[in-house]
Design a protein around this ligand. Structure first.
Ligand code: PLP
Length: 396
């Protein structure tokens, strides 16, 4: 369905050649080169204006150039650019208090890191330590990161994993299959079940309130820990602070990253009291995690989400997308809040490119029929209306 005009506009960006000259050629690039961002709008090198419904893999949580983030970034950089965890920092304590207050009741401490994979590695390490067991259960379709442990839990990672063996035993259960889960947990050797409450990379698949609630009960009975990976679905994207609150299920460990500091690298693990009690000084560590700039931004991101009523914005506009965007090639909308999958009649890749040609940047996913939306929480009605209008004009 891509015509000649689309082909010419959507050629490989010139900068791709330059990157390939100097960097490992491991990223297939989208056919746009953004040079500026403002709110949810990107400007490309050719001067095209594009609505960003993808947010740089969900990282641009507050869009681009939010005045509060810019002010905090500048102020913290000028005051104290960096110090490590070898010293206490007021800004780090404030970020911790804010994050714990934002998270589900029952998770009372934070460990600050840099990325989603690092958050998951540390959550797993704690689960093995706490239970003394050797096995992990994950869910088919899951994406948990690319490091040795996180990659071992990622569905289909054999094609890129790259290590000679996985560091521990992993079993995958089909999405929604409680019998399989019960069978796996029954052996008494499972340290943890790790799950994204709404699977992101898989194509915006919610695991479902019931599955999560029963999984909570089963893990408790089996003496296994429950880890929620909210790297993609957390931090307001579900319409609540975290999907744990959306579904009313509290895990033992909750991981996050991506938009946590609004685009500055930051990740975190929220931890229950029971796990915190077994820890001693030196048990976990990182150089950059909990640095002052990341911490100042974490605090600011949560302030902005609350002060600007962004959770209500997510819930309202998510509903509007569901109501208006089943149009043209889209036959259904799945997911939660601002982690949505548009199910397309035609290959999602094709629809993704057509939308881009019309000035709307979306994502694809592991599901070839799903166009993924991960817009900044500051999205407005007019952006949704533009998306709906463009979809209506695309061939079914
Ligand atoms: N977990 C989930 C659910 C993710 O979507 C991702 C990244 O896409 C990760 C973990 C890994 O995060 P990072 O790339 O920051 O290591």
């Amino acid at each position: 369905m891509i015509d000649m005009t689309t082909q010419t506009i959507l050629n490989e960006p010139a900068m791709t050649q330059e990157e390939r000259r100097w960097l490992l050629p491991v990223y297939p690039h989208s056919p746009i080169e953004p040079v500026r961002g403002d709110g949810v709008m990107l400007t490309t090198r050719e001067g095209r204006e594009v609505i960003d419904f993808y947010g740089g893999h969900a990282v641009a949580l507050l869009g681009y150039g939010h005045p509060r983030l810019l002010a905090v970034l500048r102020e913290q950089a000028e005051t104290l650019f960096f110090q490590s965890n070898v010293v206490p920092l007021e800004v780090r304590a404030r970020a911790g208090r804010r994050l714990v207050g934002f998270g589900p009741a029952g998770l009372t401490r934070a460990f600050l890191v840099n990325t989603g994979a690092e958050a998951n590695e540390n959550a797993l390490r704690l689960a093995f330590r706490k239970t003394g067991r050797t096995r992990v259960v994950a869910v088919e379709g899951a994406f948990h990161g690319r490091t040795a442990a996180a990659g071992a839990l990622t569905w289909g990672s054999a094609k890129w994993y790259g290590f000679p063996r996985t560091p521990f035993d992993v079993t995958f259960v089909p999405r929604g299959d409680l019998e399989a889960l019960e069978r796996e947990l029954g052996g008494g050797d499972v340290a943890a079940l790790i799950a994204e409450p709404v699977q992101g990379q898989a194509g915006a698949y919610p695991l479902g309130r019931e599955w999560l609630a029963v999984a909570r009960e089963m893990t408790r009975r089996a003496g296994s820990l429950l880890i929620f990976d909210e790297v993609q679905c957390g931090l307001g994207r579900s319409g609540d602070p975290f999907a744990a609150q959306t579904y009313g299920v509290t895990p033992d460990l909750l991981t996050m990253a991506k938009g946590l500091a609004g685009g500055f690298p930051a990740g975190a693990v929220l931890v229950s009291d029971e796990i915190t009690r077994m820890l001693r000084g030196g048990d976990l560590g990182t150089t950059f995690g909990g640095g002052p700039i990341a911490c100042a931004l974490i605090e600011a991101v949560i302030d902005v989400i609350e002060e600007e009523g962004l959770l209500a914005n997510v819930r309202r506009l998510s509903e509007r997308i569901r109501e208006t965007c089943v149009a043209g090639p889209v036959v259904d909308v799945q997911g939660e809040g601002f982690l949505l999958g548009l199910r397309t009649r035609r290959p999602a890749k094709e629809v993704h490119l057509e939308l881009l040609e019309k000035g709307i940047f979306t994502g694809t996913s592991g599901d070839p029929q799903i166009v993924r939306l991960l817009p900044p929480l500051v999205l407005k009605d007019e952006h949704v209306d533009t998306l709906a209008g463009v979809l209506r004009e695309l061939p079914a």
